[in-house]
Design a protein around this ligand. Structure first.
Ligand SMILES: O=C(O)CCC(=O)C(=O)O
Length: 188
């Protein structure tokens, strides 16, 4: 992918660890159902979300303001594992729970001002496999995609968020529930 720095690690967490982390996160995370405005109408986001992190690291996306919940032991375990590879210290994580194929996230970049100039995003997935698609913002013919599998880790850095949008499309196929964690660095 030109203008991007993205690395994919398929079995970053082994199967047993991934199964455990999926169950623990499903049960212990304080999942919320946020709402967004679409064509002037308020609707549920097509997924559940949660925001955890260091004290004071708040985040706003799609007009939704989130104050962080304190780190849990399992979140800290995942964070420490990926930090060894990413070579940054993450201070927050946005979690998404896709309950079925009707849940997804549409085209966007992770480019909120609180993420700084060249955000490093550490994306970890547990549960059902979903398609993660990229499209170039200037040249719409440039596309890429990767299957985010159980226990995988996708690291995005450099100018990726300037040049590439991403999405997890809804699907009519039967898919297992999936949890995605995007670790972030909120700058002051
Ligand atoms: O679920 C995913 O893999 C992507 C999540 C995402 O794009 C986001 O939270 O900004």
């Amino acid at each position: 992918m030109p203008d991007a720095k993205a690395t994919f690690y398929r079995n970053f967490f082994d199967l047993r660890k991934s199964d455990t982390l999926f169950q623990v996160l499903l049960n212990e995370i304080n999942w919320r159902q946020d709402r967004m405005k679409l064509y002037g109408k308020e609707i549920d986001l097509p997924r559940k979300t949660a925001w955890y992190g260091d004290r004071g690291k708040s985040y706003t996306f799609s007009g939704i303001h989130l104050d962080p919940e304190p780190w849990t032991p399992s979140l800290l375990e995942v964070k420490q594992r990926i930090e060894a590879v990413a070579e940054v210290q993450f201070n927050s994580v946005l979690l998404n729970l896709y309950r079925h194929g009707g849940d997804g996230i549409s085209w966007h970049t992770d480019a909120e001002p609180e993420l700084g100039d060249n955000p490093v995003i550490g994306s970890v997935s547990f549960g059902g496999t979903r398609r993660f698609m990229f499209r170039h913002r200037q040249n719409r013919d440039l596309k890429a995609e990767v299957e985010l599998t159980h226990g995988s880790f996708l690291l995005m850095a450099g100018e990726t968020q300037h040049f590439w949008q991403h999405q997890v499309p809804k699907t009519a196929r039967k898919v297992e529930p999936r949890i995605n964690l995007t670790f972030r660095v909120i700058v002051d």
